[in-house]
Design a protein around this ligand. Structure first.
Ligand code: SF4
Length: 386
């Protein structure tokens, strides 16, 4: 059955009128109702700033694939400062630094310090952590005021981790970094907003999820694990062996939730799974959804990424069946693209299977990654009517 882009562009986002009447330097406001309601959500507005797409890993599912030469260049520090000021003035109090790999940014420590000096109360990095094995470097980041680290790690064994990230020795470096940060968190009160491991759940690792939980929770002593279903773009585009069917993965997720409820009792969340693929007992429980489904817990997030404009086209326009832009504003003066992440997923990056037309959850569920629909089609999705 054919699938359609998630939620056709709405009035205020469609057409060139927007492009010429709206200040592209302004920060796009999040669309009302773009996240499930959760009174327990951290209410701080969050912005993720991409510092450059250069990376020291080559993960098999990397979204950036092989970044173009200009994309590998880093953001100038004065630009970073003005971007921080722009978002702070708009009420943002949480900031995350992204790459590529943000720890390779030459002034990452200064960036963290600048964010804290401005008044951001939550300052995070999303990192592969291989550089954080260098304890003197980690200390500098922590002393500058870093409050949260999310480590991309995708396996519980050296063989699998190094195959997925395609750098021999990565597993050992990450374990060393995690142990050190956990120690600093436990003994000196650093990382008050958390130390989390972020797993891309894919065809090579999903069957090991219970073993991964045991490894991260029990062996390393960590308390926060997030698994995100693979988004098949970049290197992973069209790769069925890396992109398992939801129907195969959800039983493992249910097992993981049961293990957590009855045994581990830590923070465990998942993201990127359409709600019709969850068992009724889970999607029917507001308590369980708020506890385990990432979309219920994530902060409302804006993104600011480097862009030469070539990959950003006018709002309301569509390039081919997959590429749509209904929410990204391109700021030519600053060479930045800015958008709200929840809107971007719902409106541009995810599609709606035909079943969604009759689904009771259409306003809560984000839909399905378009790259998944390209590989597997939409026959496995059924409307939720209960
Ligand atoms: S049918 Fe569509 S809206 Fe309903 S849960 Fe599935 S993907 Fe989401």
């Amino acid at each position: 059955m054919p699938w359609v882009p998630a939620r056709a562009p709405q009035r205020e986002w469609s057409g060139y009128t927007l492009a010429v009447t709206v200040n592209p330097a302004a920060i796009p406001a999040a669309q009302p109702g773009n996240q499930p309601v959760n009174p327990e959500r951290d209410v701080r507005k969050n912005v993720e700033i991409n510092l450059g797409k250069a990376c020291n890993n080559r993960c098999v599912f990397c979204l950036d694939g092989l970044p173009k030469r200009e994309d590998r260049s880093y953001m100038r520090f004065d630009q970073l400062q003005s971007e921080l000021e722009r978002f702070y003035a708009d009420g943002y109090r949480s900031v995350g630094f992204l790459g590529g790999e943000p720890t390779t940014y030459p002034r990452i420590v200064d960036g963290v310090a600048a964010a804290r000096a401005l008044g951001f109360t939550r300052v995070a990095i999303a990192t592969n952590a291989t550089k954080l094995r260098l304890t003197h470097f980690t200390d500098r980041l922590l002393d500058a005021g870093l409050t949260r680290v999310t480590v991309s790690m995708h396996a519980h064994t050296a063989d699998l981790e190094d195959r997925l990230t395609r750098v021999p020795g990565n597993f050992g470096k990450k374990v060393k970094a995690l142990r050190y940060m956990h120690h600093k968190q436990q003994t000196q009160g650093h990382l008050r907003d958390g130390l989390s491991v972020n797993v891309v759940l894919n065809g090579w690792n999903y069957q090991h999820l219970p073993r991964m939980m045991r490894f991260f929770y029990q062996k390393l002593g960590l308390s926060d694990l997030r698994v995100n279903f693979i988004r098949p773009e970049g290197y992973a585009q069209g790769r069925a062996e890396l992109t398992p069917r939801y129907g195969a993965v959800t039983p493992m997720l249910v097992k993981a939730i049961l293990l957590n409820e009855h045994h581990f009792k830590r923070t465990f969340t998942f993201g990127g799974v359409p709600m019709c693929m969850l068992p009724p007992v889970l999607r029917g429980s507001e308590r369980l959804l708020r506890k385990y489904m990432g979309e219920y817990r994530d902060l409302s997030t804006a993104c600011s990424i480097r862009s030469g404009g070539g990959d950003v086209f006018a709002p309301g326009r569509q390039q081919g069946p997959r590429m749509t832009n209904t929410v990204v504003r391109f700021d030519a003066a600053d060479q930045r693209a800015r958008f709200n992440w929840q809107d971007r997923k719902r409106r541009d990056l995810k599609g709606q299977p035909a079943a969604c037309a009759h689904c009771r959850l259409v306003d809560v569920c984000e839909g399905v990654w378009k790259g998944y629909l390209d590989i597997w089609g939409d026959r496995e999705f059924s409307p939720v009517t209960d």
